[in-house]
Design a binder for this molecule. Structure first.
Ligand code: THU
Length: 130
């Protein structure tokens, strides 16, 4: 699956976001180590703090389908112009850390696409030894 296909998938997922409060639609695709793809979008709530991020939705889809290792996460914020405003939040980075994400692809309205190693975005992350 190419970067541009993942970006397209994340953009399509963002179109399905439920974001009536922030007006900030985010979509994500998580790719499991067997190549399976899982999409997610942000799901907001009138109790604002109960919002679920797009990446969290995609990762939860993957994990609840049996995946335990997610190699790549793509994220698209279609209501942000600059890619600088489209990076995963700290909570999502911690979630990615748990499932071994190695690559993060970020894009926004401008169409610019950036690729990062996960280590660049979340160095020295906490992970409980099991
Ligand atoms: N949001 C995401 O979906 N992913 C992130 O990494 C950061 C924020 C969502 C949550 C909320 O619905 C909206 O963006 C504004 O914070």
């Amino acid at each position: 699956m190419s970067t541009s296909e993942l970006v397209d998938g994340a953009r399509k997922a963002a179109e399905r976001a439920y974001a009536p409060y922030s007006g900030f639609r985010v979509g994500s695709v998580g790719v499991a180590d067997d190549g399976s793809q899982y999409t997610g979008s942000n799901v907001e709530n009138g109790a604002y703090g109960s919002a679920i991020c797009a990446e969290g939705t995609a990762i939860s889809q993957a994990v609840s389908s049996g995946a335990r290792k997610i190699s790549t996460v793509a994220v698209a914020c279609i209501d942000a112009d600059s890619v600088d405003n489209a990076y995963p939040c700290g909570n999502c980075r911690q979630l990615m850390n748990e499932f071994g994400v190695e690559k993060v692809i970020v894009t926004a309205g401008s169409g610019e696409v950036r690729e990062h190693t996960f280590e660049e975005l979340f160095p020295h992350g906490f992970k409980l030894e099991t």
